[in-house]
Design a protein around this ligand. Structure first.
Ligand code: 6GU
Length: 224
């Protein structure tokens, strides 16, 4: 998979993708993340990328020319499965959408800033608009990093223990069960006995029961 991310603050993203699982995904060829600095496509000697909103009001709007230039450069080189704009008014991201996106080959992600991007960019180029929750971030970079992380970790070979993504919370619409490690007893707190039993069938039954219990308590909406 290749993910191109367009940002006017590429530094926010570079550190993220240089670490841990994201770094491993890049090194083993599972996912290539290419970060593009929108300023390189800015207008004039100031490399302008934003301007006042027509009609007035507070906040700048990201201009269509720099964005269309980079989007057209990229789409001339390869076919994109989705051109995603990260925006709080997009569809709310969930594991099902992440699973689907993890099967794609080329994704482009546009990070917005200020009051957003010129509406015509959305009309002309964007195929999908995604939000990561009902709160507002100062820019789309953290949202893009969250999306890319969630997608890339599902690509086979990215996680060490490939089965571990299958037992994540939200796969099967259930939250994950509690987990424990040594010591078996800490102060007056003991690990549930069944986990020490070595009986895989009983352990799996216990984990499923705890998953259901936890989901009923915390996220009954997932069980609908
Ligand atoms: Cl995708 N962008 C911004 N700026 N804020 C958000 C968001 C995206 N998702 C939730 N809040």
């Amino acid at each position: 998979m290749r993910i191109d991310i367009i940002s006017c603050q590429p530094g926010l993203l570079e550190g993220f993708f240089a670490h841990s699982i994201m770094k491993r995904a890049a090194e083993n060829g599972s996912a290539e993340v290419v970060i593009h600095d929108l300023r390189d496509y800015g207008l004039g000697k100031n490399r302008q990328i934003d301007d006042y909103a027509f009609g007035g009001g507070a906040g700048m709007v990201m201009m269509i020319e720099p964005l269309s230039k980079i989007i057209r450069n990229l789409t001339a080189e390869r076919q994109y499965d989705e051109i995603i704009y990260m925006t709080p008014d997009g569809e709310r991201l969930n594991q099902k959408a992440v699973n689907t996106l993890s099967l794609r080959t080329n994704l482009m992600i546009i990070c917005g800033h200020y009051k957003g991007i010129d509406e015509r960019v959305r009309q002309l180029f964007v195929t999908r608009e995604i939000s990561i929750g009902d709160y507002v971030l100062s820019g789309g970079e953290i949202a893009a990093a969250a999306l890319a992380d969630a997608v890339i970790r599902l690509i086979p070979g990215v996680l060490n223990d490939e089965t571990s993504a299958l037992t994540d919370s939200f796969q099967d619409n259930l939250l994950a069960p509690p987990v424990y490690t040594r010591p078996a007893v800490f102060e007056d707190k003991a690990v549930p006995e069944v986990l020490l039993s070595g009986n895989e069938k009983l352990i799996n039954e216990w984990r499923l029961a705890k998953s259901v219990e936890r989901t009923e308590e915390r996220r009954p909406d997932l069980l609908q």
